[in-house]
Write a protein that binds this ligand. Structure first.
Ligand SMILES: Cc1cc2nc3c(=O)[nH]c(=O)nc-3n(C[C@H](O)[C@H](O)[C@H](O)COP(=O)(O)OP(=O)(O)OC[C@H]3O[C@@H](n4cnc5c(N)ncnc54)[C@H](O)[C@@H]3O)c2cc1C
Length: 193
């Protein structure tokens, strides 16, 4: 590998690992950005340059509380973001949303083991891979298996069927009487779509 300063490094395998970069279009928004081009926020996830703009996750950089660009922070910012959006709309005081300082990092090493680190602590082993698998699988199940809702629960969204868990939808559908088939109109087959 040839370096910018003229040096060279020999290698067998190169792992090119970069950190997240900010989207270039953010520079055109006029929002206050940090030195790396991410949207600056205060501790309430609100832009200091536009009170109507909130940011969370990778795109955001909370002043005075820098964090890695990692899903764990992005996901955990969701509830406080929703809460503060509601509060802002209702003209109520916002709640501090400073994220936790550290998070557990688990990296699989491809041999049934994983390396874990949190702050200054580190460990490795097969049990950590099993832990990572458990966490990842539980997360993915969250997209396909939903907590059962009572059929009688009022739907807050007004009944968008796409958001109804499959089991609830099945229960509702089995209650419905089948609609008799309508007689088809006599149109030439060639004009039907
Ligand atoms: C390969 C890889 C592996 C990772 N593994 C892990 C991990 O194991 N654990 C972990 O904690 N984190 C991991 N991360 C980091 C994690 O994915 C991010 O921190 C997280 O997804 C950030 O969530 P977000 O909602 O802020 O942004 P994103 O998930 O990036 O969502 C932003 C969305 O906005 C959309 N978008 C962008 N520009 C526009 C636009 N102009 N108009 C409309 N939509 C737009 C994008 O398409 C995207 O869907 C990984 C990241 C990568 C790339």
């Amino acid at each position: 590998m040839q370096l910018a300063d003229g040096g060279a490094i020999a290698f067998d395998e190169a792992l090119w690992v970069t950190e997240a970069a900010a989207a270039p279009w953010l520079a055109e928004t006029g929002l206050a950005l940090d030195a790396n081009g991410f949207v600056e926020t205060d501790e309430y996830l609100r832009s200091p340059s536009d009170a109507a703009v909130f940011a969370a996750g990778d795109i955001a950089a909370m002043c005075g509380h820098p964090r890695d660009k990692a899903g764990v922070y992005a996901v955990r910012a969701g509830p406080p973001l929703a809460e503060n959006l509601r509060r802002a709309l209702a003209d109520r005081p916002l709640k501090s949303a400073v994220p936790q300082r550290q998070a557990l990092a688990l990296i699989g090493t491809g041999d049934g083991r994983a390396v874990a680190s949190r702050g200054v602590f580190a460990a490795e082993g097969a049990w950590l891979w099993r832990l990572k698998q458990g966490i990842d699988r539980r997360w993915m199940r969250g997209y396909s298996e939903f907590a059962a809702m009572s059929v009688d629960d009022a739907m807050r969204c007004g009944g968008c069927a796409a958001k109804v868990p499959a089991e609830v939808l099945r229960q509702v559908m089995t209650r419905l009487a089948p609609v008799p088939a309508r007689p088809s109109r006599s149109a030439p087959a060639t004009t039907r779509r």
